[in-house]
Design a protein. Structure first.
Length: 236
C-alpha cells in the first residue's frame, strides 16, 4: 500500500490538499503496469481506477472490423477510469497500457464515494475531464487534417512529456495501432524524422535527438492541448 507521501508522482494526486490526500492513502495501492496490459475492455465493469506515475495508458476506439485508433492518452497528468465519476461504470473504449511503469490504483467505489463528498478532488477531476475532452476532440481533428509525420511528431512529444525521458521502447506495430494507420505509413514517417536527425529508431527503441525540431515538425494540436492543460491546472 502507498505510504504517506508529501509529493505523489501523479499530478492530480499531488494537487490535492494534504487532508484530502491523507483520506485516500489507506485505499491507494502502488502497482506496476505492463506494456500491453488491458485495464478494461469496452463495456466491461470498471472496478479500479488508475493514477499513472510514469506509465502511459491509451484509450482506444475499436471498429467492427477490428481496426483501432487511439482517442485519448493518459499519463502522470490524469486518471484512467473517468466514467466512474460521470455516473457510469463502464466505457465504450479499451484502456491499454502503452508504456509500462508505476501507477496508483484505487477501488472505483471508493473514488465515487470521495468524489460525491465534493471538495478539491471533485474540482480537479472535473477539470481533468474537460482537459481530456479537449485532447480527444483535437485528436479527432488531427487524424483528419494532418499528415502522418506531423501526427507522429505530436504523439512522440506527448509520450516524452509523460515518461520524462528522451528514450523509450515503442514498436512500429504499437505506434500504428495507436495512430490508426498502417505500419508502412509509420515506417515512412519515422524514416523522414530519422533522416532529418530528429529521432533515431532501432529495434523498437526510439531516441528523441532534437526536441526543438520535433516540436517544429508537430502539428498545432500538440501546442493547443498543452495550452488547455496549462490553463486548467498550471501544468502540461
Amino acid at each position: 500500500m502507498v505510504a504517506s507521501s508529501p509529493q505523489p508522482a501523479n499530478q492530480l494526486l499531488a494537487a490535492l490538499p494534504e487532508s484530502e490526500y491523507a483520506s485516500l492513502v489507506p485505499h491507494l495501492e502502488t502497482v506496476s503496469l505492463r506494456t500491453g496490459q488491458i485495464l478494461y475492455q469496452p463495456y466491461e465493469l470498471i472496478e479500479f481506477v488508475y493514477f499513472p506515475n510514469r506509465a502511459i495508458v491509451s484509450l482506444v476506439a475499436i471498429m467492427e472490423d477490428g481496426a483501432t485508433t487511439e482517442v485519448g492518452l493518459v499519463g502522470k497528468e490524469g486518471m484512467v477510469g473517468l466514467p466512474v465519476i460521470l455516473g457510469s461504470n463502464c466505457s465504450s473504449r479499451r484502456a491499454i497500457v502503452q508504456i509500462g511503469n508505476g501507477a496508483v490504483m484505487l477501488n472505483a467505489d471508493i473514488l465515487k464515494r470521495e468524489f460525491d463528498r465534493g471538495g478539491e478532488l471533485r474540482r480537479l477531476l472535473l477539470l481533468y475531464t474537460q482537459g481530456l475532452l479537449t485532447q480527444v476532440s483535437q485528436t479527432a481533428a488531427c487524424n483528419r487534417q494532418h499528415v502522418i509525420e506531423e501526427r507522429l511528431a505530436r504523439w512522440l512529444l506527448s509520450v516524452q512529456d509523460r515518461v520524462e525521458q528522451d528514450e523509450f521502447l515503442l514498436t512500429q506495430e504499437m505506434i500504428a495501432y495507436m495512430l490508426g494507420v498502417r505500419r508502412s505509413g509509420i515506417t515512412v514517417a519515422a524514416n523522414i524524422l530519422q533522416r532529418a536527425g530528429i529521432i533515431s529508431y532501432s529495434r523498437g527503441r526510439i531516441h528523441i535527438r532534437d526536441r526543438q525540431a520535433l516540436e517544429a515538425t508537430a502539428c498545432e494540436c500538440y501546442r493547443l492541448v498543452n495550452q488547455e492543460f496549462q490553463r486548467l491546472f498550471g501544468f502540461n
